[in-house]
Design a protein around this ligand. Structure first.
Ligand SMILES: NC(=O)c1ccc[n+]([C@@H]2O[C@H](COP(=O)([O-])OP(=O)(O)OC[C@H]3O[C@@H](n4cnc5c(N)ncnc54)[C@H](O)[C@@H]3O)[C@@H](O)[C@H]2O)c1
Length: 398
């Protein structure tokens, strides 16, 4: 009898519930780290977090403080690393300065944290006899290579100091697996999004910036023409991958594995999906019949972005829409330039020059993750956007 991937995942969770392990999550107060912490706490695991709150937030782990052990400290401090890995089974190393623009501004600090911090933690973990060290690697290592799909065999070509530093971390992980007696696995994440991703930092990622801008009725800024594509991955998939990478019995030591959805969307698609999650679209026939878009979540449009008070008649702005995104010349409620029902004003993005160090297209081959980890996409892009928008809306009303 063959068992499905989801059954495999359930089996691993059941084993962990029966026999809890002890986990160190570095960067546990950050976006991805806090989602991992939440899952591990839910599985009754012993969890230790190491974070210096440089980009993470206390509020991200506040709900779990009673169930976790917290070390406030820096991964560049060898003594802190030694304390943090004591009696740990699995290290999930998420701590890093995780921003391309920041690394362009200050490459030295990015390299100190992301390279030397990782080396110090690896050294401590090897000495402490940690069972496995899972490293949050980055798809930025691939750079902007003209291949439709990125698989792990491609020669890395980092474009920014951030990408170079994350790649150096991978190489150190490989070296420690090869010759320092520590099993390591590197998971190359591709554009992760979801609850707790910070929309406020000047280095914030695109999805929290777009969602909060649209919710607040501001125009989100697109760097470039918006046709650049990404393999946007809802964070629950990365959480699952970390647990699988730590616990799998397959020979994963020293491996680098892509973690993504294996589908790509442009920034214009992303804006549409966010608009749709906020205000579900009409069918085309209803739109043709002249019905205006209605935000049906509350029947009264309260989730629709508050927009400028400029009434727009049906038909206005359509030419621009069809030129930009190729949509038909009927009102398209899921275009980035959606006409919002009761308010009747589209929110258009602002376009700014493309940023240095950004790649044009990014799409992952996830077959190795499937094969080695039994990984599967648990939450796809559209469902992930819905959950994320719902989280930001809930946070706004708190
Ligand atoms: N978010 C993505 O799309 C993405 C993509 C590829 C790889 N990654 C990697 O995933 C990891 C997590 O990223 P994130 O998006 O959650 O970022 P984040 O900034 O939300 O989390 C990083 C955490 O590390 C902590 N940290 C930073 N420097 C530290 C130090 N010197 N000592 C201790 N803690 C420190 C921060 O305070 C923060 O809590 C990073 O390693 C990042 O490079 C993220």
């Amino acid at each position: 009898m063959t068992i499905s991937m989801s059954e495999k995942n359930e089996n691993i969770k059941n084993q962990l519930l029966k026999k809890p392990a002890t986990w160190l999550v570095t960067g546990g107060a950050g976006f991805i780290g806090s989602n991992i912490v939440e899952e591990l706490v839910g599985l009754g695991q012993n969890v230790r977090v190491l974070d210096n709150y440089s980009t993470g937030k206390r509020e991200n782990i506040a709900p779990f403080l009673k169930q976790i052990e917290l070390i406030e400290g820096d991964i560049r401090d060898e003594e802190i690393c030694r304390l943090a890995v004591k009696d740990i089974d699995y290290v999930l190393h998420q701590a890093a300065l995780a921003s391309v623009p920041r690394s362009l501004k200050d490459p030295v600090i990015t390299s100190e944290v992301n390279i030397m911090g990782t080396v110090k933690l690896l050294t401590a973990a090897a000495k402490a006899g940690v069972r496995r060290f899972v490293y949050a690697a980055s798809s930025s290592a691939y750079g902007d290579q003209p291949v439709p799909v990125k698989n792990e065999q491609l020669m890395p070509m980092p474009l920014s100091p951030y990408a170079a530093a994350k790649l150096a971390g991978e190489y150190f992980c490989h070296a420690y697996s090869s010759s320092m007696g520590l099993e390591t696995v590197g998971l190359r994440y591709f554009n992760v999004f979801g609850p707790r991703q910070d929309p406020k930092s000047q280095y914030s990622a695109v999805i929290p910036l777009f969602i909060t801008a649209i919710i607040e009725g501001r125009q989100p800024t697109i760097y470039g023409d918006g046709t650049q594509t990404r393999d946007f991955t809802y964070v629950a998939n990365n959480v699952q991958a970390n647990i699988l990478a730590a616990t799998t019995t397959k020979p994963v030591a020293g491996k680098i594995i892509n973690i993504a959805c294996g589908t790509s969307f442009s920034l214009l698609d992303l804006l549409k999906a966010i608009n749709e999650a906020l205000c579900p679209p009409l069918t085309r026939s209803r739109a043709n019949a002249g019905e205006v878009s209605r935000c049906n979540r509350d029947g009264g449009g309260q989730n629709c972005p508050p927009t400028a008070n400029v009434p727009l008649r049906r038909g206005q702005g359509e030419e621009k829409r069809s030129l930009r995104d190729g949509s038909p010349s009927i009102p398209n409620p899921i275009s980035p330039f959606t006409i919002h029902a009761s308010r009747s004003v589209p929110i258009e993005p602002l376009f700014a020059p493309a940023r240095k160090g950004d790649v044009k297209h990014s799409l992952a081959d996830i077959s190795l993750a499937r094969e080695m980890l039994g990984y599967e996409v648990g939450v796809d892009f559209t469902e992930g956007i819905k959950r994320t928008v719902a989280w930001y809306l809930k946070r706004k009303t708190k």
